[in-house]
Design a protein around this ligand. Sequence first.
Ligand code: NAD
Length: 397
Amino acid sequence: MVGYAFMGAAHSQAWRTVNRVYDLPARVRMSSICGRDPQKVAEAADRLGWDGWTTDWRKLVTSDEIDVVDICTPGDSHAEIALAALAAGKHVLCEKPLANTVDEARAMAAAAATARGAGVRSMCGFNYRRVPAVTMMRQLVAAGRLGQIRHVRATYLQDWIVDPQFPLVWRLQKDKAGSGALGDIGAHIIDFTQYVTGQRITGVSAITETFVKERPLPGGSSGLAAHVDGHGSADGHGPATGAVTVDDAAVFVARLDGGALATYEATRFATGRKNALRVEINGSLGSVVFDLERLNELEFLDGTQSATEQGFTRILVTEPEHPYLSAWWPPGHIIGYEHSFTHQMRDFVEAVATGADPQPSFEDALQVQLVLDAVARSAEQGSSWTVVDPELAPVAA
Ligand SMILES: NC(=O)c1ccc[n+]([C@@H]2O[C@H](COP(=O)([O-])OP(=O)(O)OC[C@H]3O[C@@H](n4cnc5c(N)ncnc54)[C@H](O)[C@@H]3O)[C@@H](O)[C@H]2O)c1
């Protein structure tokens, strides 16, 4: 694994758990973790359960000891690490968004296609697909229970940078993160809605905004709970600051190739909303709603019921027959955020061990990147309608 902070910890927990929960055709050994600071990475290896550590990711990707490379770094290093790992014959799990640019994502998808020919697998970490209620949402759509999909309404709302004194962490720098709320959380709802509906976004009209354009430079930590050091600027007036070079919020409308209209809102300025991901889908025969803050539930309206008895039904998605849940707890004993990562590792390990292609593939993630790019270009061009490059095959089943 490369990177040991937020996603490094979430993935480590899942790697630790996956063989204990699921009966899989291969056993995971957590061999080595990589970070840039020797003291911190050594401490992380111990805390997160890795056998060893290194400060040079090239040692991981060329080691005979290692079969799988898990990339949990900011987007500016995804392409370089993934390309080297695939070239060395390692299976790769890479966090989202796949890359910082379409060109990088194209190179990664091409390398993944070549590697696939040699039995080397790759997958992008859109973990929300693996929340059982979200997988079930897709099953309802695929079974025709919603009929023709007319509307998709997706919001992903956070508020961790509302304070203008929140520091200029890597997520606010274009060269490190590629984009802001758009690529970070917008990418999730793009993948989520395309996965659930089985439809691709064909075109968009977008607005983006950077509300706070200058921020104090960060102190030691770089995550969502970072802080500002007491250091001052060179001229002694207040803390040193730097320019925010990404969007704080992105709002766009889209058409899906099955005929649906969709709206998307991704923001880090929704005061009071911590990590509020909500998707509602309306079809000719019914509607379904998912809310991450109640991730064990789905709201489903079956429009084929008699008008006098119709209403949204709250389904508790904790039965053993529900996706992923037979291995967990008795019905009603709910699961949480981190379980989506264990499910992700289950699917990845199973695919690698059985020679199947895990999903979402790098090609699927490239398609998300093309949507992100279309949104950014539309916003730059006064919200003009922007077609998503149709170069790719449909979203994989
Ligand atoms: N799937 C999800 O829900 C989800 C949630 C958060 C973040 N992410 C994604 O995960 C990735 C990492 O985000 P995070 O929140 O864990 O960030 P983070 O800042 O918490 O951690 C980044 C880690 O990468 C390390 N790192 C940075 N550059 C490196 C390099 N060149 N070589 C080695 N290590 C390096 C840092 O030291 C740190 O350990 C991003 O792509 C982000 O978009 C996904």
